[in-house]
Design a protein around this ligand. Structure first.
Ligand code: MTE
Ligand code: MO
Length: 409
């Protein structure tokens, strides 16, 4: 027998909110002509049997976006941000950036070596690493080349084009600080050089303070083993630092007094400023946001209620505020932020909106818990000049035409 339940206060609150939202939506949904039709469509035959490893519905077509090239192994693919719900990127749709393709690594044969300026050099198996105390944390990874086109007038026509070199997963692994304590870092070490097991042995130098703070040697992604594309069986997750430093297929950590000055921190991933000098070790991904619905390539089918939704993130901490403008920046409204808000993670924002059918421009502006506010394009260019290529986090505008078509500005 079913017990009669009394509603909890939070249920009452959310029901009230739903009711008030219901009023705002008013008339957005078309009433059905004949309820009987839907009932008739219900399946009469048995469905598929259970399966060992699940697949999405064959009706779902969302996919990563790549570019045709002579050397696809050194390429990248972008996440379809406009199709996502909530804050987690499905592993199959995580963006990819490989400098030498995805190596096939047998985890039983893989080793992680920790050496250099340490008291006890270590060579660890993946299984040994999994026996250590673990953490699971939600973090975004963003390539510093994301939104590169926004520096130019070839701006991305969709959110996937303009912002899709960013994704957000729950990562599981062991804090790097635990491994460093095990190895015993010598006082003269100030840098850690991390190297991957791909054909180019991609490597980057990290300041030791960061390594002792929140860096994870990860083996889990969204509840299962890290995908081969994301670094199976081990990757470094360096929260808030540019994607490149999140070394995949991690095989070596060398403690050093100096950075390695490798290719990826000299010829690449430096930022040429207006005066001809370049910024080096520009690690942090600053606060950024993008409206994903409605966004470029989509079409508003009718006037009236539409939810504006998008993603915001900051490499410095928690997203505190996202403001949305539906009148080309003249006025701004606070969007609702999805809770819980994770540090250095995608944060979903939402704002109910009634479109009056007139042409307009919509924008979003993120603020993080350090007080940093996402800059306009003009402010970013004023600070960084026209030579910059990486680290573009400026406000993204979408134009909505009177016909409902959404395009880039
Ligand atoms: N070993 C190795 N690590 C790597 C790379 C690589 O090519 N090799 N690419 C880097 C770059 S430039 C980025 S942006 C991220 C991309 O991570 P993802 O492919 O999991 O999205 O991994 C970084 N780590
Ligand atoms: Mo990258």
């Amino acid at each position: 027998m079913r017990q009669k339940r009394t509603e909890s206060p939070s249920e009452t609150a959310s029901r009230r909110k739903f009711l008030s939202l219901g009023a705002a939506v008013g008339g957005a949904l078309t009433a059905c002509a004949e309820p009987q039709e839907v009932v008739e469509e219900a399946p009469k035959r048995l469905g598929r049997a259970p399966d060992k490893y699940g697949e999405r519905s064959p009706f779902e077509r969302s996919s990563r976006l790549g570019r045709a090239s002579k050397n696809p192994e050194t390429g990248s693919t972008r996440s379809p941000l406009q199709d996502f719900h909530g804050i987690i990127t499905p592993s199959s749709l995580h963006f990819e950036r490989h400098h030498a393709g995805v190596p096939e690594i047998d985890p039983a044969k893989h080793r992680l070596m920790i050496h250099g300026m340490v008291k006890r050099p270590l060579v660890l198996t993946v299984d040994e690493i999994k026996t250590l105390p673990s953490v699971s944390r939600v973090h975004f990874i963003e390539c510093s080349g994301n939104s590169r086109g926004e520096w130019t007038d070839r701006k991305g026509p969709t959110a996937q084009h303009s912002h899709g070199l960013a994704s957000c997963s729950e990562w599981t692994g062991v804090l790097l600080s635990i491994l460093l304590d095990e190895a015993g870092v010598n006082p003269e070490a100030h840098w850690l050089i991390a190297e991957g097991a791909d054909a180019c042995k991609m490597h980057r130098s990290l300041p030791l303070d960061k390594c002792r703070d929140d860096v994870i040697v990860a083996y889990g992604q969204n509840g299962e083993a890290i995908r081969p594309e994301q670094g199976y069986p081990l990757r470094l997750v360096v929260p808030g630092f540019e994607g490149n430093i999140n070394v995949k297929w991690l095989r070596r950590l060398m403690l050093s007094g100096q950075p390695a000055m490798g290719r990826e921190e000299t010829s690449k991933y430096t930022d040429l400023l207006a005066d001809g000098k370049a910024r080096q070790f520009s690690f942090t991904m600053e606060a950024k946001s993008v409206i994903t619905r409605p966004s470029g390539g989509q079409k508003l089918a009718r006037e009236g209620f539409h939810e504006i939704a998008g993603l915001a993130w900051s490499g410095r901490g928690v997203i505190e505020r996202v403001e949305v403008s539906t009148d080309d920046g003249n006025t701004w409204q606070d969007a609702e932020l999805q809770e819980p808000r994770h540090r250095i993670a995608f944060t979903r924002f939402r704002l109910p909106w009634t479109w009056d059918g007139a042409e307009t421009v919509i924008l979003s502006r993120a603020t993080d818990d350090t007080g940093y506010v996402q800059p306009t394009e003009q402010a970013l260019i004023a600070a960084r000049g026209h030579n910059s290529d990486y680290h573009n986090n400026c406000i993204k505008a979408w134009k909505i035409g009177a016909d409902g078509n959404v395009t880039h500005v």
